[in-house]
Ligand binder design. Structure first.
Ligand code: GAL
Length: 336
């Protein structure tokens, strides 16, 4: 069952919200602007509780307003804003110094999408011409959000282009499972990765993997986040903004789990990396509807093919051959 409402308007265009509820009362709300995952509300004994960070349309329209948005064509950082296509450099527009972040200044998150709602899912589609986002090849893209009666959300991405291109999308949902205005310090996190990518201050990763064992980045067994983040408070990042390398793994096992009291999210993905970002420097420049913006107000877990695959095929293949359909799936299982 879905309902369609007018959410507001942005640049004189109406923004439509789609809410889907499953048989257990779990609810997912999506917006056509940005193909945004706006809310996930779990039924609790005191009513519905949204466990995602969300903001208003002005906040979503900010270039860094990635909250719950899909990131594409290529999530993560491409250093020096340049791809190599068939041995030739392909310059990209940059949006973070010389870096192309999250699809660049005209990536998925900044675009309007055509919505096709159904009983338990909404598919957002559009064409992204090369002349718009600066990547090679006109991309026909879709993002489908499905809410199942087994309390899972599936995000399925497809992309196809008549010319060779690159394709590595994900979603940038931020989670906070507290019913109160607390940070994620009291959440317990597991990340099924023993290694993370070394990255200089530019955050563009190198080929070098660092062992997390025994460090504040170690979540190989479930750990409370507060003490780990406290141990990183004096580092330049003041928390975690890291690419974990998961490598080959059993897709039936979660790549991460997040838990707080009775609420939990399990993250499933076949992809070989996961970005963990703990909103370390968030402050008054942002505002969220249900939580006060401050460091550690939410945590983003972004499964994707390792961003380093852009330059090193040892870390995965994100090339899309002409006419081939690229596919990627993220799965979230909610317990409450
Ligand atoms: C994350 C990235 C962070 C930051 C954030 C968006 O994926 O790792 O450095 O850019 O997205 O605010």
């Amino acid at each position: 069952m879905y309902t369609k409402t007018t959410f507001g308007s942005l640049a004189n265009r109406p923004v439509t919200a789609y809410t889907i509820e499953n048989i257990n009362g779990l609810r997912m709300t999506l917006l056509d602007y940005g193909a945004t995952w706006y809310a996930l509300e779990v039924p609790t004994h005191t009513g519905h509780q949204n466990i995602m960070l969300n903001t208003d349309l002005a906040g979503y329209a900010e270039p860094t307003g990635y909250f719950g948005k899909p990131l594409g064509r290529v999530a993560g950082r491409i250093g020096e804003g340049q791809l190599m296509m068939n041995g030739k450099p392909w310059p990209l527009p940059a949006n973070e110094g010389t870096t192309t972040l999250h699809g660049g200044p005209h990536g998925y998150s900044t675009l309007w999408w055509q919505a096709a709602p159904a009983n338990d899912q909404v598919t957002f589609t559009r064409t992204i011409p090369s002349s718009l986002d600066g990547f090679p090849g006109d991309l026909t893209a879709s993002v489908t959000y499905t809410l199942t009666d087994s309390d899972e959300v599936h995000i399925d991405f497809t992309g196809t282009s008549p010319e060779e291109t690159v394709f590595n999308p994900t979603n940038h949902a931020y989670w906070n499972l507290n019913a109160t205005d607390e940070t994620i310090g009291n959440h317990e996190l597991m990340v099924a990765a023993q290694q993370r990518f070394e990255a200089p201050l530019s955050k563009v990763p190198t080929d070098h993997l660092l062992d997390v064992t025994g460090t504040p980045f170690d979540f190989t067994t479930p750990r409370q986040m507060g003490p780990q983040l406290a141990a990183l408070r004096d580092t330049p990042e003041r928390g975690i903004d890291d690419i974990y390398y998961i490598g080959e793994h059993d897709a039936d096992q979660p790549v991460a789990t997040l838990r707080c009291g009775d609420l939990g999210v399990e993250f499933y993905s076949k992809r070989n990396a996961l970005i963990l970002f703990t909103a370390n420097k968030f402050g008054d420049e942002l505002h969220f509807l249900e939580k006060k913006s401050r460091p550690y107000v939410g945590v983003a877990l972004e499964p994707q093919t390792a961003p380093r695959a852009v330059v090193n095929p040892d870390f995965g293949d994100i090339r899309l051959a002409p006419g081939e359909t690229g596919q990627a799936q993220l799965r979230y299982h909610f317990t409450y």
